[in-house]
Ligand binder design. Structure first.
Ligand SMILES: [Zn+2]
Length: 109
């Protein structure tokens, strides 16, 4: 059983119908933004980065940001601007912070 590690969650997807796939020559694909976060026992602890990836509709080839075309780069930039790091990725660290504060307050009384 994996107790801690990195996970990703899909945040947003945008279709690019006219995007030409360089591996199969067909048109159409998507660009998606993923939130990478660190988890302990499946509880999200803190957010790492947001990553972009694209996929072709026909051959399902996945590309990462460094291989993006200009249009894919533009769309991923836009999507990154529209999406924010979700607050739930900090649940674990917030719980620990609350425990620390409560512990401190109890000692004061
Ligand atoms: Zn393709």
């Amino acid at each position: 059983m994996i107790l801690f590690g990195r996970k990703d969650k899909l945040l947003a997807t945008r279709e690019i119908p006219e995007e030409l796939c360089e591996s199969c020559g067909e048109r159409g694909g998507i660009v998606s933004i993923f939130q990478i976060y660190y988890h302990v026992a499946k509880i999200p602890f803190f957010p790492l980065s947001r990553r972009a990836a694209s996929q072709c509709y026909s051959c399902r080839k996945v590309k990462v940001k460094k291989d993006f075309s200009n249009q894919q780069r533009m769309v991923s930039k836009l999507l990154k601007k529209e999406t924010k790091t979700p607050l739930w990725t900090m649940i674990g660290s917030c719980l620990i912070l609350i425990c620390l504060v409560l512990n401190y307050l109890i000692r004061l009384i």
